[in-house]
Structure formats: C-alpha cells, structure tokens
Ligand binder design. Sequence first.
Ligand code: A2P
Length: 332
Amino acid sequence: MKVAIVGATGLVGGQMLKVLKERNFPYTELLMVASSRSVGKEIEFDGKTYKVISMEDAIAAKPQIAIFSAGGGTSLEYAPKFAEAGITVVDNSSAWRMDPSKKLVVPEINARVLTKEDKIIANPNCSTIQMVLAIAPLHDKYKIKRVVVSTYQSVTGTGKAAVDQMMAERAGKTLTKEEMAYPYRIDMNVLPHIDVFQENGYTKEEMKMVKETVKILEDESVKVTATAVRIPTMGGHSESVNLEFENEFDLAEVRAILENTEGIVVEDDVKNLVYPMPINAHNRNETFVGRLRRDETQEKSLNMWIVADNLRKGAATNAVQIAEYLVKSNLI
Ligand code: A2P
C-alpha cells in the first residue's frame, strides 16, 4: 500500500504522518509531496529520511491513495489528475466539498456512502467535523430544527505562517504586513473573520459550516447559523453550540447518547471544574463535549461546548479514518 501525503511539509501533512503511524495504517511506502519550492528537501519521519517529490512524480509513482492538504487551488488542479491515474484522493481542502458528485465524509456518521467509484473524497471543514460529530446522534434522536454556533478557532488552522505570526507577536516583534498571515495582530486579540467575506456578510468559513452540516446530515430542514472567530490559541478549536430540537429531550439521556458515541469524550463535571479546553484536546483524536445544559429561554433547546484538535479530528485524523475505511471495505 503506497500512500502519498500531498502537503507533507505543512502542519496538517505533519499530523497526517503521525496519525498514520499511531493508528498502524497498513502502508508499505510513503511519498512525501509538496510544492516545487520544497522538491528535494528532506523530511525525517519514523527514523527514516524522505525526499520531497513533485506532484507529477507522485502521480507517476501511482500510489493507491493520496491524502491532500495543500490548499484548494492545488486540489482543484491536481485531484482530478490523480483520480484519472486511478489514485483515490482524500482531500482536506474546501475544493470539492460542495460538489454534488463528491462525498463529504465524517466516517463515524456517513462512511456508508462511500463506493469504489469515489475517486475524490472530501474531508469536511475542521469546525464542521467536530460539531457534526457531536450533534448527529442528537439529531437522530430528537431531530434538530436549528443550530446557532460561535467558534473560537486556533491559529494552527491557518497554517504555519499564522503560528509564526502569533509567536513573533508574543515575543514582542513588530511585523510588516507581508510577514502577517492575518490582516491584524492575532496575539492578545480576537478576529471575527475566518476566510473571506461573502456577499451576504458572512465569511466563507461560516457558510462552510452551514452548508457542510446539511450535506453530512443529509437533511435540508436543519437550519444552521454561524459566527467563526479566530483566537490566539494553538491546541484546537472550541465551539459554543445552541441546538433547538423538534422533540423534547432529557439531559441525562443526552449525556448518555454522547458518552456512547464513537469518537466523543464527555467532559462535563462543572462541580469539579471539568469542561473541554483546547490545551487538553491538543494531539488527541477525540472530540470533547461539555457544559451540557438546557437553554432556559427556549423550549426543547440545549447549550453545549465542543472542543477538538483541528489538525487531528478536524483534518488529519478524519482523513486517515476515511482511508482506513476504504482499505477495510476493499474500496481501493
Ligand atoms: P510547501 O512547503 O512546498 O509550500 P501549511 O498550510 O501548513 O502552510 O501547509 C501547506 C502545504 O501545502 C505545504 O506542504 C505546502 O508545500 C503545500 N503546497 C502549497 N502549494 C502547493 C502546490 N502548488 N503544490 C503542492 N503542494 C503545495
């Protein structure tokens, strides 16, 4: 099993390598792929030294699977070329997610939709994955009418340049506009702005959460409204989520459902100050849920707090789980 990591020099690419190894993914050969800027550079991984290769050389090497995390433009251009060569692509960018012919997969929820014909499979947005993982089993049980979500997102989601900006600011350096990944200072600040603004006043990140959630739940009746916010943290994304259900729920039952959901860890014991935080979610593959409480202003409504490492379940782990499912189900 030859596996190509496209974007191997990036933050998500690095996590993909770790997750493949930790989960004993059955690879026999790894191809490290990045832009022409990095070709020939060396990557140390698991006691071996790999040379970074180009996209063209990766296609020529015909891996069975390529996991992409190299930006939307790269995916739009290259995923079809890999697919034409018979290589199954799991793509972490937003390029293919809303394409009706492409599957958008969180394995715990909808891996069953995958078939041998799926050559480009989309990994959802990091903020969508952790939210949908926690709300899908509640939707099954109580039917969600409306979701109101506000995010508190880690700088790692923007990539290396953003982490560099925050750390430089923290060290007291003044950066030029060219050196900054964000339009403003991020350390000691909060930016209500992730990805580009759309005609409707929402950002693209917010609209990804709206549209992707509906696609994964396969239910257009679910209404989602989102505010996506970047905060100066690194370990993961946090989300305040308010759910309005069609049906009445019992809080203890909600907790039990979440406790029995694969991939979820309930951390909800406020008497002992137990609640999810990015500092604890860092480098973990699970999604953490807490602060479960009734919305006292509205019937059949619940408030919750959801945290996950955006580079793990929000990106690398979910993509590797898709690859695992493809292998296990003989789909590649
Ligand atoms: P490179 O290091 O050569 O630029 P991050 O989001 O952490 O910045 O990582 C982005 C990843 O995507 C890097 O591995 C980067 O490689 C890769 N990448 C960016 N543009 C391209 C491209 N045109 N072709 C292939 N890989 C790309």
